[in-house]
Each structure stands twice: as C-alpha cells, then as structure tokens.
Ligand binder design. Structure first.
Ligand code: GLA
Length: 415
C-alpha cells in the first residue's frame, strides 16, 4: 500500500493534495498498528450470554476475572458483543438498551477500568447488526466519538447486512478505522467479515488490528465429526487451525489473524457456540485449542463461565508458559512444518532466541511420534520444557512423545 500511494504522476496542486492525504493515511496506519502489539486477550460475551448481556453480567465477569487472577495474567479486555444497543436518541447518538445497561456504558467503563480491565464494544458496517440491533453505517464518525467519550478501548466491527464485494468491505472498514483514529482515543479495531474476502490481504492496510479468518467457531473439534443430519456451516477447532496455518505471513505486531473465540470450558453448553454441531469437546481438545491458538499468535478471548470454572478449565486458561508463547513480543505466528499421517508440527520463533514447537495428533487414537529436530531446521542440542506437564529434558536433538487422540504437546526449546 505504501508504494501505491506514491505512484501518482500528478502535477502541482493535485499531487501535493494526494501526497498530503497519503501521508495522513500512512501516519494513521502506523499509529493504529501500535495499538495491539501482542494479540489482545480477554473475555468476549457472545458464546455465553448471546444478546442477553447486561451491565450486571459485565460487572460479574470483571469481578470474577480479578478474583481468579485472569486479569493479572493478561486477560485485560472485556468485550460486550451484540445486544447492548438501544437505538439512537433524538440527536442520533447511539444509546445502550436502558433495561440492560441502566447506568450507561460510561459508568460501566469506569467500573471495569478501575479493576485494570479495558472495555470493548460491538457494532456492524450496515444499518443493523447480525442479531438485528442498531449499527453504525453512515454514523461512523458520530459513533466513534460516542465510543471514545464512553471510554471504549476496542471495537469489534461485524459485517452482517452489508454487500458481499471486497471493495465495499474495504471502504466501510476504512471509514470506521479513520473515524476511530480521529475519535481522540486509542481504540483497537477488530474486523469481523468472517474471512470471505481474504481480509488478511487488506485488513491491516485499512486500519484493522485483527481480522476474523473464518465463520463463528462452534464448541466442537471438527466439522468432519458432525453427526449425520447436522446442519452445515459450523466450524470446529481443527478447521480454524487448518485455515490459519496458511496465513502465517500476514500476522505481525498490531495485525493479527483471528480464528475466533476460545470455546475452552463450554462443554457443549446451549447457545451460539452450541449450535451447528457444537456438542462440546473433552479437556484434551480444549487444551489443544489453547496450545494451537497460542502457537498461532491468536487473540485469546475466553467465553466460558469465568465465575465457575472447573479445575481443568482454569489450568488450561492460566498456564503462564503457554500464555507467554502467545504474547511473545516478536509476534511471529507458528509455521506448520509438517502435515502428514495425521500429524501436524508447528514451529514458532520467540524473541529470546528460543523456539516453541507444537506436535498435534489429529488421529482418533493414542500414537507415538518421533521427530529429529533437524527436520524442523534446528541443528545441535536443545533443552526442552514441556509446557503442559512441566517436564524438562536436556541435550535433545530428537523429540519422542506419545500423544492421545487430538492432543497437542507444546515444548519450549532453548540452546
Ligand atoms: C456474528 C459474529 C459473532 C457475533 C455475532 C453477534 O455472527 O461473527 O462473533 O459477534 O455476529 O450477533
């Protein structure tokens, strides 16, 4: 995009105007790209509360996330997804539903900020959102200013009800990104058009900090295990991972591939993640989602009942080593080095010179796997830390492990 800005062969005034516009847009872009230096982490309300979310629910989530240590571990956003809107007032200012948010969003933002948590909100690039609530098309500047005045820190911007072509999508997302840039507040911008228009090729250029690469994730391992008769369209953990594996080149600090929320701890709960075959996963599969999301430098958005997590869910979501791999400042997404015989192996370089390696058994049985590190391009001997078991080994030039069905082992390798 940078070069195309300068490809105008215009003269005098027109050239200068184009140059100024170009400079402004580049500056805006470089400022926006500083907003999410590592993948955002937090809580997203959609899978658990759907559009019934209320002010009291957000406070309950905030209190629980402080009490159980999630905020201190870096899960420092709460995103209010669809369903908060109550239309517009006489001056066309967007307002929250007064029954669900009686104190208003500003007071709620003050509350969560006082707990060390940032607040996210949701809108859509059309007149109405996916769940049929008031959205922001043609009100971008006004809504961005309202969000800034409320103290909003993140906007997830959906695409229901909008035209299907890529040019319109780019235009509508750029309009909102510019409105956010001019709102007077730093607001992270999440693009949510479900991957249909290859947003990884343009989302960062128009001002997005992350972009969904796929449709809504369901609480299941893979669509290929759907029972006969399951309505089509629901993707599972493995489906999202496979898609993301091809998008390594596009992730960098300030610009992230987003394979959607963590379904860890939902166990087939009824709700948005429970339809289209969302029958639930076992803890090995949930641990794999966490492993693979972190290896792939994905945003980590918890959606389970954080006030009542069981021990397994808590263990998966709070492992400091796996979180550090996701949040590594180098911002590299793991490359899939091996994908054969139902084995996948991922390699993620880390900022301290170490590597994270993930081995995934996509088969339905327990199997043994052995891999000379030279096959990953790693020469010499490494000390290894098994991130989930805590086991440490020295002088490794070959990895040998037994993995259960759908298990992912994650190792940190250091010279
Ligand atoms: C779309 C998005 C979801 C969620 C809902 C809300 O389906 O992809 O993540 O935000 O809309 O209506």
């Amino acid at each position: 995009m940078q070069l195309s800005c300068w490809s105008f062969k215009l003269k005098s005034k027109a050239f200068i105007t184009a140059a100024i516009l170009c400079f402004t847009s580049l500056t805006g872009f470089s400022q926006r790209s500083k907003l999410a230096p590592t993948p955002p982490m937090g809580y997203m309300t959609w899978n658990f509360y759907a559009d019934k979310i209320t002010e009291q629910d957000v406070k309950t989530i905030a209190d629980a996330m402080v009490a159980n240590g999630l905020v201190q571990l870096g899960y420092d956003y709460i995103f209010i997804d669809d369903g908060w809107q109550g239309g517009r007032d006489k001056r066309n200012n967007i307002i929250p539903d007064p029954k669900k948010f009686p104190s208003g969003i500003k007071a709620l933002a003050d509350y969560v900020h006082s707990k060390g948590i940032k607040l996210g909100i949701y809108s859509d690039a059309a007149p109405l959102t996916c769940a049929g609530y008031t959205a922001s098309l043609n009100f971008e500047t006004q809504d961005a200013k309202t969000f800034a005045a409320w103290g909003i820190d993140y906007l997830k911007y959906d695409y229901c009800g909008a035209p299907s072509d890529k040019e319109t999508a780019m235009d509508r997302y750029r309009t909102m990104a510019d409105a956010l840039s001019n709102s007077g507040r730093d607001i992270v911008f999440g693009i949510c058009e479900w991957g249909g228009r290859q947003p990884w090729t343009w989302a960062s250029e128009v001002g997005g900090n992350l972009w969904r690469i796929d449709g809504d994730i369901r609480d299941k391992w893979s669509a290929s295990f759907d029972a006969p008769g399951t309505p089509k369209g629901g993707i599972g953990i493995l489906d999202a991972v496979n898609r993301n594996a091809d998008l390594v080149a596009y992730a960098k600090p300030g610009a992230w591939n987003d394979p959607d929320m963590l379904v860890v701890g939902l166990y087939g709960r009824k709700g948005p993640s429970g339809d289209l075959g969302g029958v639930g996963c076992n803890d090995i599969e949930y641990q794999s989602q966490m492993s693979l999301w972190c290896l792939q430098a994905a945003p980590l958005m918890v959606t389970c009942d954080v006030a009542n997590m069981n021990a397994a869910t808590k263990r998966i979501l709070t492992n400091k080593e796996i979180l550090a791999i996701d949040q590594d400042p180098l911002g590299k997404q793991a490359e899939r080095k091996i994908n054969e015989n139902n084995w996948q192996v991922y390699l993620k370089p880390l900022s301290d010179g170490a590597y994270a390696v993930g081995i995934l058994n996509t088969d339905s049985t327990t199997r043994k796997y052995s891999l000379p590190l030279s096959q990953l391009g790693l020469t010499g001997k490494y000390a290894s830390l098994n991130v989930w078991s805590g086991e440490r080994k020295k002088n490794q030039s070959k990895l040998s492990y037994e993995l259960k069905a759908h298990e992912t082992i994650v190792l940190k390798l250091q010279k």
